[in-house]
Design a protein around this ligand. Structure first.
Ligand SMILES: Cc1cc2nc3c(=O)[nH]c(=O)nc-3n(C[C@H](O)[C@H](O)[C@H](O)COP(=O)(O)O)c2cc1C
Length: 328
């Protein structure tokens, strides 16, 4: 396992991501996952709005954008899986290279820009899934959609995925889609939240809706948006997406570091946001994500108010064995 991870680290990040996930899929099809990565099911489950999370650890959005690896990721023992971010139309994302590893700091910078195969493709994948755990679907807008069209994009995705999603995440916090984070301001989130609320009613979607927040917003902006999340009867927040603040990262000054930072250097910042939201709106459910890399950082998320936790970057660096490490 250690050898396989070391080999993958020699390859460019997107290629190693592709190989690792396809290898996992082959192992799943050969029925080998449970022998190679055994997990016990003794972790305490968590109930929320009629959903049973078999444990409190999930995989964060972005790792399986199109739902291609749901069954194999599910077999590893995660308590829930979030796929996406998905947009109405397929889009290629930003030019490569656009994912950068900082191995010694267990960090990643990415500027992928919502590369995905489109919502219709994702719906086909989730319809045919064998995975029977909790499935979250994370929705967004296409890069070229602005104004009302941007809102329409979220609504189109919402309508198309609502039959298959145990929860829906509204992603307003990717730093790699120009202008997306402006949805944290009142004049922009109000029309979006109204539209989401309306489509929720029309589709009779009784499952949770979460809003995924940026860790780079001012405290007043966060207070205003979390108040609105509660007033619109949405169920919670995911704190947080990646940060554009690179002050916790050691790097060569010449490097082009545009994009979102994840992993260890994000822990403190995402925890601050989590604490703030918990203080302002204790009744909202919080999914803590950002920088979890060991048991201590995992437990810290719960101390700060999270009910559920997700990981992305530490799964890339440590592989499936991190799941057991965090849950034991
Ligand atoms: C390569 C990469 C792609 C990501 N893509 C998405 C995405 O499509 N949608 C989203 O909401 N978050 C995305 N994220 C953010 C993660 O879901 C997570 O919020 C963030 O990485 C912090 O968690 P971590 O420190 O455990 O990685 C992405 C992160 C990375 C590293």
């Amino acid at each position: 396992m250690r050898l396989a991870l070391s080999f993958l680290r020699l390859l460019p990040p997107e290629i190693s991501h592709f190989i690792a996930l396809h290898a996992l899929k082959i192992l799943y099809k050969a029925n080998l996952i449970r022998f190679l990565f055994p997990h016990d099911n003794s972790s305490e489950s968590f109930q929320f709005k009629g959903l049973t999370f078999k444990n409190r650890l999930g995989i964060a959005a972005g790792l399986d954008k199109n739902g291609d690896f749901l069954d194999s990721l599910g077999a590893l023992g995660f308590g829930f899986i979030e796929v996406g971010t998905i947009t109405p139309k397929p889009q290629p994302g930003n030019p490569k290279p656009r994912v950068f590893r900082f191995t010694d700091q267990e960090a990643i910078i990415n500027r992928l820009g919502f590369n995905n195969k489109g919502v219709d493709y994702l719906v086909k994948r989730v319809k045919g899934r064998e995975y029977n755990g909790v499935l979250g679907i994370n929705i967004g807008a296409n890069k070229d959609s602005i104004g009302q069209k941007r809102i329409d994009d979220y609504i189109e995705c919402f309508r198309k995925v609502s039959t298959y999603a145990d929860y829906i995440t509204v992603n307003i916090s990717s730093p790699n889609t120009p202008g997306l984070r402006s949805l944290h301001s009142k004049e922009n989130f109000l029309p979006l939240f109204k539209a989401i609320s309306h489509v929720r009613e029309i589709e009779n979607f009784l499952n949770p809706i979460f809003i995924k927040l940026s860790p780079d917003e001012h405290i007043d902006v966060i207070s205003e948006i979390t108040k609105a999340i509660k007033e619109f009867n949405f169920d919670g927040v995911i704190t947080s997406n990646t940060t554009i603040d690179k002050s916790n990262l050691i790097f060569e000054s010449k490097a082009d570091l545009s994009g979102g930072l994840s992993g260890k250097p994000l822990l403190e910042k995402s925890n601050e946001l989590l604490s703030l939201v918990h203080l302002r709106e204790p009744e909202l459910l919080k999914i803590g994500v950002g920088g979890v890399h060991n048991k201590e950082s995992f437990d810290m998320k719960f101390e700060k108010g999270a009910s559920l936790v997700q990981i992305y970057t530490s799964f890339i660096y440590h592989g499936p064995k991190i799941i057991k490490k965090l849950l034991n």
